[in-house]
Design a protein around this ligand. Structure first.
Ligand code: B12
Ligand code: SF4
Length: 558
C-alpha cells in the first residue's frame, strides 16, 4: 500500500516573542550568530530546511514538503489532504512549536501517524512530551525508507537546492548563487558540547563516499541551477582528505572549477594543506577556535592566528567561532578568551554560549551534577541570549550582557565583515600572482577570486558611508587602496553600480529605522510524486528564487 507522507518544518514567525518562540532566536545564520552587532552591514539570508528535501527526494511515495509554513498554512494542508503519516523536523528551541503541530495532527487527522525527527528528537523523554508514534534519532533517510518498506541501501539522490535565499547586505540584494552540497551528516571528533557529533553517534555518515560521486553530483546540480559555487554542509569536510583530493582530481581532469564554502577543523585544514584548498576553490572556511584554554585535539599545538592569516593571504575568508561561559570563565578572565578570538582577525567571528544540548556528553555530565536549568523553557535553549545552566560565576543577566559586548568589541576592532572579505579577496588575488603564472589551474581559481573581489568592491562607497567609526573609515581607505593595487582602476560601470548600491542602502536604512528590518523566511510547498495532477516526480529539482527584491516587513510580522 502506498503511503502518503507530509514532511514539515516548524511554523513561523521566527524571532518574535510569542507563545512559541523568542525574539532573540532569528531564523538567520549570520544575523543571529555572527554579524548580529554589525547593524546594516550584517549579512542577511535564509536557508531552506534541507532535511525535508533530502527525505522527500529519497523515497518513492507521494510526499508533500512544507517548509516554513505558518500555523494556518499547516492547518489548511491537514484539512485539505489526508496523510498516512506526518513527519515533523525540529530542533530543541522549537520544541513548543513541534508539540503544537503534533496536537493539531491528532485533532485534525487522528488517523495519521506522527514521526518526530531532527535534533529535537534527542530531547529526553520527547515521546512522552509530544504526542507521536515514532521518534527518529539520527540519520533519517534510511529510517524513512525502512518505515515505507523500501530499500534502505538504494543510492542517495541529492536534491538540487540553492543554499541561501533572499541574500542582502545593507539592504542591497547580492548577486550570485551558491548551491547546497551535503556529502553526509555527523562528525567523528566527539567534542563534548557538540550536538551534531553526538546525534549521529560520533560517526560521519557519508551520503557519497567517493570524490567522484561528489563531483558527479556537483556537476549535475551546477547544470541544473546554473552556478559553480557550493555551500558544503558537512561538519568537517576536509577530514576525509582522500575524498576531497579525489574531488579536486576530478575537477582538474575535466577542467571544471568549482568554488566551495566549507566547515573544517584546524587539524583537517593543516593536513589537507592550504595550497590544496586554493586549488579546490575553497573561498570560505568555518573553523572552530573554541577557546584559548580549553583546547580540543583538533586545535592542540596549532597556531590558529597564523593559520587564519595564511588562509586569508590565499584569498580564503575565515569564520572563527568561539565559546563563551565555559566552566573556567569568570567576569575577570573571560575577556582573555574574547580577545583571543578577536585577535585571530578572521573575516567573521561567531560567539556562542556554552550550552549543554540533549544527547551531548556535556549534557549528561551537567545533568548528573544538577547544573542544568530545567526551569528555562526550551525556546531559550539557543545559545544567543540566556545560559541554560547554572554557571558558577555568571548570572543570567551578566552572561547576556557580556555576549553582547563581545560581538560589539569584535565589530569595533575589526570593522564590517564585508570589508574584511573584500580585503581577503584582494590580498589573495595579489599573493597568488606568482603561483598562477606557473600553474594554469591556480590561474583559473585566481580569476574566480577576482570576480568575487571586484563584485565586493562595488560595495566600497556603501561601506565608506556606513562605516561606524574612525577606525572603520581608515580601514575602508586601506582596503580601497589594496583593491586598486590588486585589480587596477575600477571601471566606470562598476563605479556607477557602486553609487546605485549606496542609494539602495540609504533608502533601506531609512525604512529599517522606521519599521525595523526583520526578515521572515518564505513559505514553500513542494509536492513529490503527487497522484492527482499536482507537480510530480522525484527527479524534479527544487528551484528557488535566486535574486528576490528586498522587502521590509515591520518587525515581527511575516
Ligand atoms: C542549516 C542549519 C540551520 C539553519 C536552519 C534552516 C532551517 N530551515 O531550519 C539556520 C542557520 C537558520 C539555523 C539556525 C539555528 N540553528 Co541550526 N543548524 C543548521 C545545521 C548547520 C545544518 C542542518 C542541516 O541542514 N543538515 C543537513 C541535513 C540533511 O541533516 P539534518 O538536518 O540533521 O537531517 C537529518 C536527520 O537529522 C534526520 N531528520 C531531520 N529532520 C527529520 C524529520 C523526520 C520526520 C525524520 C524521519 C528525520 C529527520 O534525517 C536527516 C537526514 O539524515 C546544523 C548543524 C549540522 N551540521 O547538522 C545546525 C543545528 C541543527 N542548529 C542548531 C541550532 C542550536 C540552531 C539555532 C538555535 C542557533 C542560533 N542560536 O542561531 C538557530 C535556530 C533558529 C530557529 N529560529 O529555529 C543545532 C541544534 C541543536 C539541537 N539539539 O536542537 C545544530 C545541530 C547545530 C549544533 N551543533 O548545535 N540552523
Ligand atoms: S569538530 Fe566540530 S563538528 Fe566535529 S565534534 Fe567537534 S565541534 Fe562538532
Amino acid at each position: 500500500m502506498t503511503k502518503k507522507i507530509l514532511l514539515t518544518g516548524v511554523f513561523g514567525p521566527f524571532g518574535v516573542d510569542d507563545a512559541f518562540g523568542r525574539k532573540e532566536n532569528v531564523m538567520e545564520l549570520f544575523h543571529n550568530q555572527v554579524t548580529k552587532a554589525q547593524g546594516p552591514a550584517s549579512l542577511r539570508f535564509h536557508h531552506r530546511s534541507f532535511a525535508l528535501y533530502f527525505l522527500a527526494e529519497n523515497v518513492q511515495t507521494p510526499v508533500t514538503v512544507l517548509d516554513f509554513p505558518s500555523r494556518e498554512q499547516f492547518v489548511e494542508e491537514l484539512r485539505r489532504h489526508r496523510y498516512d503519516a506526518v513527519g515533523i523536523s525540529f530542533i530543541a528551541p522549537n520544541f513548543v512549536k513541534a508539540r503544537e503541530m503534533a496536537k493539531l495532527v491528532r485533532e485534525i487527522q487522528p488517523g495519521a501517524e506522527i514521526i518526530l525527527g531532527g535534533h529535537g528528537a534527542a530531547i529526553e523523554g520527547v515521546e512522552e512530551l509530544i504526542p507521536c508514534d515514532h521518534v527518529v534519532k539520527g540519520e533519517g533517510i534510511r529510517w524513512l525508507r525502512r518505515y515505507l518498506g523500501e530499500s534502505e541501501d538504494a543510492p542517495i539522490r541529492h536534491p538540487a537546492l540553492v543554499s541561501a535565499e533572499h541574500k542582502h547586505i545593507y539592504g542591497i540584494p547580492t548577486p550570485g548563487v551558491a548551491a547546497l552540497l551535503v556529502p553526509g551528516v555527523g562528525c567523528v571528533n566527539g567534542c563534548r558540547f557538540c550536538a551534531t557529533t553526538h546525534f549521529f553517534e560520533k560517526k560521519s555518515i557519508s551520503f557519497f563516499r567517493r570524490g567522484e560521486d561528489l563531483y558527479q553530483n556537483a556537476c549535475r546540480i551546477s547544470d541544473e541551477l546554473g552556478t559553480s559555487d557550493f555551500f558544503v554542509m558537512d561538519e568537517n569536510f576536509l577530514k576525509d582528505k582522500a575524498r576531497a583530493l579525489e574531488l579536486l582530481a576530478c575537477m582538474e581532469r575535466d577542467r571544471r572549477p568549482f568554488g566551495f564554502a566549507i566547515f573544517s577543523s584546524a587539524e583537517a585544514i593543516q593536513s589537507f594543506g592550504i595550497d590544496n584548498m586554493v586549488r579546490l576553490g575553497v573561498y570560505f572556511v568555518w573553523v572552530g577556535a573554541e577557546s584559548k584554554r580549553e583546547t580540543y585535539d583538533k586545535n592542540k599545538g596549532r597556531d590558529l592566528r597564523a593559520i587564519v592569516r595564511e588562509l586569508r593571504d590565499n584569498g580564503i575568508s575565515v569564520l572563527a567561532s568561539g565559546i563563551l561561559f565555559l566552566e573556567h570563565h569568570t567576569p575577570q578572565n573571560i575577556w582573555e578568551d574574547i580577545d583571543y578570538i578577536i585577535d585571530l582577525e578572521a573575516d567573521f567571528t561567531q560567539f556562542m554560549m556554552f550550552t549543554p544540548l540533549p544527547v551531548t556528553r556535556l549534557y549528561q555530565d551537567y545533568k548528573a551534577k544538577g547544573l542544568i536549568d530545567f526551569d528555562l523553557p526550551f525556546e531559550e535553549w539557543h545559545g544567543q541570549h540566556l545560559l541554560n545552566w547554572r554557571h558558577p560565576h555568571f548570572s543570567r543577566q551578566q552572561a547576556t550582557r557580556v555576549l553582547g559586548e563581545a560581538f560589539r568589541a569584535e565589530f569595533d576592532r575589526l570593522s564590517a565583515s564585508t570589508l574584511r572579505m573584500t580585503e581577503t579577496c584582494a590580498r589573495g588575488y595579489a599573493n597568488l600572482a606568482d603561483k598562477a603564472a606557473s600553474d594554469p589551474w591556480v590561474a583559473l581559481q585566481r580569476e574566480r577570486l577576482r570576480a568575487r573581489g571586484t563584485e565586493l568592491r562595488i560595495l566600497m562607497p556603501t561601506m565608506r558611508a556606513f562605516a561606524h567609526s574612525a577606525v572603520e573609515r581608515a580601514h575602508v581607505q586601506r582596503v580601497a587602496e589594496q583593491c586598486e593595487k590588486a585589480y587596477g582602476p575600477q571601471p566606470i560601470k562598476e563605479r556607477l553600480l557602486g553609487l546605485g548600491a549606496l542609494g539602495i542602502a540609504e533608502g533601506h536604512a531609512v525604512k529599517a529605522r522606521l519599521f525595523g528590518d526583520m526578515d521572515q523566511p518564505q513559505f514553500r510547498q513542494v509536492r513529490y510524486r503527487w497522484p492527482d495532477g499536482h507537480r510530480t516526480s522525484a527527479a524534479q529539482p527544487v528551484r528557488l528564487p535566486m535574486l528576490q527584491p528586498v522587502t521590509d516587513s515591520p518587525a515581527g510580522r511575516p
